[in-house]
Ligand binder design. Structure first.
Ligand SMILES: Cc1cc2nc3c(=O)[nH]c(=O)nc-3n(C[C@H](O)[C@H](O)[C@H](O)COP(=O)(O)OP(=O)(O)OC[C@H]3O[C@@H](n4cnc5c(N)ncnc54)[C@H](O)[C@@H]3O)c2cc1C
Length: 396
């Protein structure tokens, strides 16, 4: 569907094409319009083009929010607000960097500049069993709409994965009135993000809410159980877990396939420098699909900083992104967490202060005593601002 009736830009001009209407694509369009009111901007998306804040998807049940409640603007409103064109339910299928055009099936579309903001795919587990296709995941507003509908009248959810998204959904669903069991191969929750003491605090907080965990275990099979909609998971040790829905939250992988096919340099994500330039002229990447100066950062704050920098570049002032300190806030009200992990591979050690089960302050310092990272939980979370200020400038 094409929406451009309100666009007052010159239709003969080749557009700046942004692929993706997530926080990356729409934030860039918004930032760009602050600097350039007239150049033609075409935003293309495979989904329905609603503007929404993805972090709200993992606290929507607790707040009783439907998918419609979470939509901040439909594509028509975005066209109006930003004087852009939007094409919804339109999947880009190829890029031709030399011809400066992209492909939508058989249709070729020329661009002046191209921005890839097409996000990351959920990782699908290779599960056996006759109900493996009923495993769900939530990575956009349409997924959220579907699981809310599917969960009507149901009572128990099994979550695969105890990372940030798995823990947030566990907390959200239990607050929404569901029983929740989390199954994950790691020995603790949030394994790559938190030191052990902080992770234990989060697990205890979630357990106190009534969530049960099977850690150090993974699912191998998913089968229909009984006559109704119930599902039975088989775990690696032969244990069985009954649930009405299985929600997989085992991670995301930047979408790189089309970029690779077009010859763009990719590693974990689409490789860009700090000006968000890919290896091909006039093609940029930002958000979950991008690997900016060696980092894939699947969070909102880096994406917003990238959108502001890229908007300047697209309007004629080449600008490199500068991040500052960006603590990650985990939305687990059962035990709130703020964490700024130390840079990968840097030397130092965690020093932990703990009061009670849920209140942890863990500081990562090097041998000179410089603060290089921190994790705070429970009542220690308000200290995050002061700690962020103290962080040594090794953070990019
Ligand atoms: C449940 C959940 C909770 C989160 N909570 C937080 C949080 O609390 N704090 C935080 O910082 N981060 C959080 N994140 C991460 C954060 O939301 C993401 O990093 C961010 O929203 C990614 O935005 P994006 O625009 O890069 O990608 P997306 O929002 O995924 O957008 C990708 C867009 O590209 C389109 N697209 C894909 N392929 C094509 C194609 N071939 N052709 C056309 N269009 C295409 C899609 O339709 C979509 O419009 C959370 C993520 C999830 C899943």
């Amino acid at each position: 569907m094409a929406l451009d009736q309100n666009s007052s830009t010159n239709i003969d001009q080749k557009p700046i094409v942004i692929v993706g209407t997530g926080l990356g694509g729409y934030s860039l369009a918004r930032e760009f319009r602050k600097l350039d009111k007239d150049s033609r901007v075409l935003v293309i998306t495979a989904d329905d083009g609603h503007s929404y804040s993805k972090p709200m998807l993992s606290n929507g049940f607790a707040k009783g929010k439907s998918a419609d409640d979470l939509s901040m603007a439909d594509p028509g409103k975005m066209v109006e607000q930003l004087n852009i064109e939007v094409r919804t339910f339109t999947t880009v299928t190829g890029i031709d960097p030399e011809g400066k055009c992209l492909w939508i099936g058989e249709e070729s579309l020329a661009y002046e500049k191209l921005v890839l903001a097409w996000g990351a795919d959920v990782i699908h587990l290779d599960l056996k069993g006759n109900a493996a296709s009923r495993v769900r995941s939530v990575n956009d507003l349409m997924d959220y709409r579907n699981i809310r509908k599917e969960l009507e009248g149901k009572s128990k959810v099994a979550i695969l994965g105890a990372g940030l998204i798995g823990c947030e959904f566990a907390n959200d669903l239990i607050q929404g009135g569901y029983q929740v069991e989390v199954i994950a191969p790691s020995e603790g929750v949030l394994p790559t993000l938190l030191p052990d003491a902080a992770a234990d605090a989060v697990r205890k907080g979630l357990e106190l809410e009534g969530i049960s965990f099977r850690l150090g275990r993974y699912a191998t099979e998913v089968n229909a159980s009984g006559d109704g909609d119930a599902i039975e998971l088989v775990l690696d040790n032969g244990d069985r877990v009954e649930a009405d829905m299985v929600l997989s939250a085992v991670g995301l992988r930047p979408r790189i396939a089309l970029a690779e096919q077009a010859g763009l340099s990719c590693d974990k994500g689409i490789i860009t420098n700090r000006a968000l330039e890919t290896s091909a002229p006039d093609i940029y990447a930002l958000g979950d699909c991008a690997e900016v100066d060696g980092y894939v950062l699947l969070y909102v704050l880096p994406l917003m900083a990238c959108a502001r920098a890229l908007a300047k570049t697209l309007s004629g002032e080449r600008t490199e992104v500068a991040y500052g300190v960006m603590p990650v806030i985990v939305k687990t009200p059962a035990c709130p967490v703020a964490v700024c992990p130390p840079p990968v591979g840097i030397e130092g050690e965690w020093l932990v202060e703990q009061e009670g089960d849920l209140d942890v302050k863990a500081l990562f310092r090097n041998s000179k005593g410089d603060l290089l990272g921190f994790a705070v939980t429970g009542s220690k979370v308000p200290e995050k601002q002061a700690l962020a200020k103290e962080l040594a400038p090794v953070h990019h």
